[in-house]
Design a protein around this ligand. Structure first.
Ligand SMILES: Nc1ncnc2c1ncn2[C@@H]1O[C@H](COP(=O)(O)OP(=O)(O)OP(=O)(O)O)[C@@H](O)[C@H]1O
Length: 244
């Protein structure tokens, strides 16, 4: 997948400007930046789910296809087998009326992938008993794992994860990020992982893109950005990571 010159404005206000990057199966890219930088808007633009009043520009190159990022129906068709999302608040994204197993089966039928909920759950470290659980019977970390299992059950080419570890304790955050990176690498899924916390993704993602007020201020090897931050926003994130 290649994103070329993505821009997004709302009522003349620029939320994203000239964002370009590419990612291949099995790779991981961290999208970093302070609060309000445009990280979530970036993911929503890729999914064709930008706010209704937004004007989105730029192009998504997908295999040999050229998809205008303003073409919401074309982007909607990529959702599932193309791009899947692990949201920030997983528990709220689950259907409260249906068991985990029912939701997994539905995703598999909808996207025509193999439907073995127990295996999908085992892959994310959850035992068979979770098949019969409802959302309100899950801890925050378990709900995030279920959301990951649902996203991977689509068998996507690209997984977009929007701060999936935000509501978890430190140990669970590390475990979840490691699980995400491990599962995506094992299934050759490209991972775009949004975080405002560089310390959480350092050592997990090979590359990073740093946003600040909608602009891409740094992009490259995460190890190199850590060793020699090229500009003040990245330097501030590196300093915060060193303190934590
Ligand atoms: N529906 C909307 N209408 C108008 N502005 C919006 C809308 N959604 C987001 N924005 C604005 O876009 C900017 C980027 O928001 P976004 O949620 O992408 O930030 P973020 O980098 O994900 O921040 P955080 O780390 O706090 O989640 C913010 O200034 C926000 O107010």
């Amino acid at each position: 997948m290649r994103v070329d010159d993505l821009g997004c404005t709302i009522d003349g206000r620029t939320l994203l400007e000239a964002v370009s990057f590419s990612i291949c199966g099995g790779e991981s890219l961290a999208v970093l930046g302070p609060s309000g930088a445009g990280k979530s808007v970036l993911l929503r633009c890729l999914l064709g789910l930008a706010p209704a009043q937004a004007r989105v520009t730029g192009t998504l190159f997908w295999d040999d296809r050229r998809v205008p990022l303003a073409d919401r129906p074309a982007l909607a068709r990529l959702r599932g087998r193309g791009l899947a999302l692990v949201p920030q608040a997983a528990a709220a994204s689950l259907d409260p009326m249906r068991t985990v197993g029912e939701q997994l089966r539905e995703v598999c039928v909808l996207h025509d992938t193999d439907s073995r909920p127990r295996e999908r759950l085992a892959e994310v470290g959850l035992s068979q008993e979770f098949v019969g659980r409802f959302a309100h019977e899950l801890s925050g970390g378990q709900a995030q794992r279920v959301a990951l299992a649902l996203a991977l059950a689509c068998r996507p080419a690209v997984l977009l994860a929007d701060e999936p570890m935000a509501s978890l304790d430190c140990v669970s955050q590390v475990e979840l990020v490691e699980l995400l990176v491990r599962r995506c690498a094992a299934e050759q899924v490209a991972l775009v992982l949004v975080s405002h916390d560089l310390a959480r993704v350092a050592g997990c993602c090979a590359r990073a893109l740093v946003l600040d007020r909608g602009r891409m201020v740094a992009h490259g090897s995460l190890a190199e950005l850590l060793a020699a931050p090229p500009e003040p926003t990245t330097a501030a994130m590196v300093a915060a990571a060193r303190r934590s």
